[in-house]
Ligand binder design. Structure first.
Ligand SMILES: CC(=O)SCCNC(=O)CCNC(=O)[C@H](O)C(C)(C)COP(=O)(O)OP(=O)(O)OC[C@H]1O[C@@H](n2cnc3c(N)ncnc32)[C@H](O)[C@@H]1OP(=O)(O)O
Length: 170
């Protein structure tokens, strides 16, 4: 399988915030944003693997900035690291100023997707080769995030999480 760069999976979805998608403060409801991020990340994982992909884990979400009703919201997702059958997908969320078009980063999230065959069995994905400094930073941090996710899910013994342990022993 030929290795791919993050740009091969980059997925950009732009939409606005409607009244039915807001909370009591008239800001975008968190669950609605999670769904938008999941859709963009699923497309990115599919573009990298050219397989059916399923969400295995939501590793991190930060709702840093409330997104008001009427905002133009852009969700950008790209695979940040690929393993055997799983892929980490990094998602950045931006809002756009109505008058000058300036973009502000509102949120970010990290999801794990697994490529599966028609029976739902995990199947191999191409290697990912990062190119830009940001892609390299995200690639390098991905293994400890995978180990943390597996430890929290009870799928890895903490003793085997070498990258994660290294964070505390440096
Ligand atoms: C787009 C959507 O919303 S899809 C709907 C929501 N998602 C789903 O329905 C998925 C339901 N879950 C499943 O089908 C299965 O649990 C799967 C396919 C995710 C994993 O199946 P498993 O039998 O556990 O497979 P297995 O243990 O071999 O793991 C497969 C890969 O996932 C990784 N993985 C599994 N769980 C996690 C986790 N919690 N965090 C990070 N990685 C994980 C494994 O490390 C492995 O990666 P690798 O092959 O790259 O090393």
């Amino acid at each position: 399988m030929e290795a791919k760069s993050p740009s091969a999976s980059r997925t950009t979805m732009t939409d606005m915030v409607l009244p039915s998608e807001t909370n009591a403060l008239q800001n975008l409801f968190g669950g609605e944003l999670l769904a938008r991020m999941d859709r963009a990340a699923s497309i990115a994982a599919g573009r990298h693997s050219r397989r059916i992909t399923v969400t295995a884990s939501v590793n991190h979400v930060a709702f840093n900035l409330a997104i008001p009703l009427g905002s133009v919201v852009t969700v950008e997702a790209a695979v940040s690291r690929a393993y055997n059958t799983s892929m980490e997908v990094y998602i950045d969320v931006w809002i756009e100023d109505r008058y000058n078009g300036k973009r502000t980063k509102a949120n970010e999230a990290i999801y794990t997707f697994v490529a599966v065959d028609e029976t739902g069995k995990p199947t191999e994905v191409p290697e990912l080769i990062p190119e830009t400094p940001l892609e390299i930073t995200r690639f390098e941090g991905a293994l400890r995030r995978k180990q943390l996710s597996l430890v929290l899910a009870g799928k890895m013994k903490p003793d085997n999480a070498t990258e994660l342990k290294a964070l505390f022993t440096k």
